[in-house]
Structures are given as structure tokens and as C-alpha cells.
Design a binder for this molecule. Structure first.
Ligand code: GSH
Length: 191
């Protein structure tokens, strides 16, 4: 099984964590934007090749990995919503990141302003959600996929200096807990 992606992408990171967790043979094939533009119809990473199966989105890849190890992907509705909330915020934050590299900012576009507001309000909402902070008695337990998506989002945004968590103490302590989880720590973003 080959997972194509970069060492910085939070979507790829979530799949790398799942690959470690499920313990199936598989490897990350480093792929830059130019290569993914040729190799995947979405022109995004991650994408996955497993024999004759080709998957083009992290959600389908995670479902495939979880199901291959006999688990149900996102079995709890609340965790599924958490996953979607973090994914939407992450999509918006990544769009802003790419567009700002080209000189387009939330000050110059009403739509980008809404994207920035979406990231902020999602962060405020995440601060209120029950995450595996001090509430979780056994920190060595794997995080849920909703929680992993939140952790991948936050860690990427901090790595890229897209946000600070000064006003979000619960998210700060949640992320500290995630850093204590081996597969999360082992997949930290780097250029
Ligand atoms: N919905 C996709 C999003 C993946 C995504 O946005 N990947 C980014 C990297 S973090 C990408 O490849 N962007 C390239 C581009 O937008 O041109 C998934 O969950 O896999």
C-alpha cells in the first residue's frame, strides 16, 4: 500500500497516523504539488494506491485503513461532527495559506474574509467541545479520528504560524496530550 503525500500536510499526517495505528504494511511516498497535479484528479495530497484500489481523499483513505483493521470509521455521530468541523476549518486555513502566498489576503476579498472568520469561529467552537484533555483517564489510549483531525489541524496551524492558542486553554492542553501519543509525535510536520 502506498500513501502519496508530503511531510507537512495535516491531511496526509492523519493518514500516516492511521497507517501506524493499524499496523498494515505501507509507506509514505513523498509527492510534491507538481507530481500530485499529474497523479491525482483532485491535484491534492494525500492519495493512496492499494493494489488496484486508488483513493483520492483522506476521509476515504482513513475509512479504508480503519475497515482493513476491522474497525468502523467514525462510529459516533458527535465524533463525526468533530471531524467535519476540524476538516472545514483546516480547508479554510489552508486555502488562506496558499492564497496569501500569491498576495491575496482576507483584507482584499470578502470571501477570504469569511474564510478567516470561519477559522476563528471554528476554533472557538472546538474550544467548547469535549476533547480528550484531562477528562481522559488513560492518555496512552489512541485518540478518536475526530480528535486526531483536530490535533492535525491545530499542529499544522501552529507550525505554519497561522494561529495562536493564547485564548484557547483547553485546545492547548488537548494538543499537549496529543503530543504524548506516539504516532502523533512521530509524524510532526517538517519541511
Ligand atoms: N479533502 C482533501 C483535502 C486535501 C488537501 O487540501 N491537501 C492539500 C495539502 S494539505 C493539497 O494537496 N493542496 C494542493 C492544492 O490545493 O493545490 C482530503 O481530505 O484529502
Amino acid at each position: 500500500m502506498e500513501l502519496y503525500g508530503t511531510f507537512t500536510s495535516p491531511f496526509v499526517r492523519h493518514c500516516r497516523i492511521a497507517l501506524v495505528e493499524v499496523g498494515l504494511p505501507g509507506e509514505l511516498v513523498p509527492t510534491d504539488a507538481a507530481a500530485s497535479a499529474l497523479a491525482s484528479p483532485t491535484k491534492k495530497v494525500p492519495f493512496l494506491v492499494d493494489g488496484g484500489l486508488r483513493l483520492t481523499d483522506s476521509s476515504a483513505i482513513l475509512r479504508h485503513l480503519r475497515e482493513r483493521s476491522g474497525r468502523v470509521f467514525l462510529p459516533e455521530l458527535a465524533d463525526h461532527d468533530l471531524y467535519c468541523l476540524a476538516s472545514t476549518a483546516l480547508d479554510a486555513a489552508i486555502n488562506l495559506f496558499y492564497l496569501e502566498k500569491e498576495g491575496l489576503t482576507s483584507a482584499s476579498s470578502a470571501y477570504l474574509g469569511r474564510q478567516a472568520a470561519r477559522v476563528r469561529s471554528s476554533l472557538d467552537e472546538l474550544e467548547q467541545r469535549p476533547l480528550a484533555d484531562a477528562l481522559r483517564a488513560a492518555p496512552e489510549l489512541p485518540l478518536t479520528d475526530g480528535e486526531l483531525r483536530v490535533a492535525c489541524f491545530l499542529d499544522w496551524a501552529l507550525f505554519r504560524r497561522r494561529l495562536e492558542l493564547a485564548d484557547h486553554p483547553r485546545l492547548r492542553s488537548f494538543l499537549a496530550l496529543a503530543h504524548g501519543y506516539g504516532p502523533f509525535a512521530a509524524t510532526a510536520p517538517h519541511d
